[in-house]
Design a protein around this ligand. Sequence first.
Ligand SMILES: *Cc1c(COP(=O)(O)O)cnc(C)c1O
Length: 420
Amino acid sequence: MSRSCVWRPFTQHAVEPPALEVIRTDGAYLELSDGRRVLDAISSWWVTTHGHRHPRIVDAIRTAAEQLDQLIFAGFTHEPAERLAAELVGLAPPGLDYVFYADSGSTSVEVALKMALGAARNRGERRDRIVVMEHSYHGDTVGAMSVGARGVFNAAYEPLLFNVDTIPFPGPGREQDTLDALETFTRDRRAAAFLVEPLVLGAGGMLTYAPRVLTELRRIAAGTDTLFVADEVMTGWGRTGTLFACEQAGVAPDILCTGKGVTGGSVPLAATLASAEVFDAHYSADRSHALFHSSSYTANPIACAAALANVEVWRTEPVLDRIARLAEAQSRQVEALAFDPRFSTPRACGTIAAVDVRAPTVGYLAEIGPKLRAEFLRRDLLLRPLGNVVYVMPPYCMTADELDSIYDAIPAAVSAVTRL
Ligand SMILES: *Cc1c(COP(=O)(O)O)cnc(C)c1O
């Protein structure tokens, strides 16, 4: 290919090799123009759930495109959006009765923040603070960055970010500090919402915490009428072992963000689900109380049809069994890795598993990250360590043998790059 005109995401063009051209995706594989087949061990940045190009989803996209394309969603509606909203309400934790369509995880978080602030203002309450958890990630738009961890990714934009109250991550032995901090930040009733990634903090390094902590956080938020917002953009659609992670804690949030796997990872769509209470706070004869948000492609009919097909896959195929099988194999494999002194802190939750590599520098810019990435690619494996954190997040169609090959490659790749 001639020189690329594309400016790529999270890419330092000066030091990274040119992008590899994919000509076809298939199940757990990316097929390259040079004939190689790369095993997609991170579900193409966490979006692909069942596998690439699930036939049922591909069919639904094709059929929908014969009939509908983008159409204005204020004053008009269409069956895919209506049916999908009803399905999402049925599948999500109880009490989430309304669905607002967004088009990326980041914008679903922006919408959640606007719902929380709007609800407070419409009720005449002075609640304008957001409480978040240390090491969180909620997306890359300015509002989503504001509620996420500060670091190298957002240092340049810091002047634009708003202040939030941050509770500590509930690492082992620190759970009570986390709960106490939420009590402290919410008891003056100035917090509009507490926003959290349930059970697994993704971009923060695949950090896991116990469901009972989430249960307690929910109880504390309810005690001060602070809206509890679950960012299930990554954790939703089976990633943590259940359809939504909140289920494992018996938690029903006031607002829930979903994205990534909502279409099985086929086309972009996201949604922000809200309780009747949040919706009703905007419901008024006063037009100024409306939720002032839209995006050009809100409720795209083709994307909604893809999401409906995803729901059908969940309904008709043994998806949770596949997930349970992967989860069992992964937790065994990642525990076994930790017998190797070069690894520490093995953790797993559903289909997500991670381990830290002991390296001279740690954190997102750890030198070992890109070296490992290149070494994995040399082995036809797509793994993209977060700094010195190696994680695996396979699509659910991955076989036991394919999974084994990933766990064989991890120590081998570490050997290869540390010998250099
Ligand atoms: C990926 C992610 C987002 C952002 O989603 P985009 O679709 O990339 O905008 C938000 N929250 C969490 C927890 C995520 O993992």
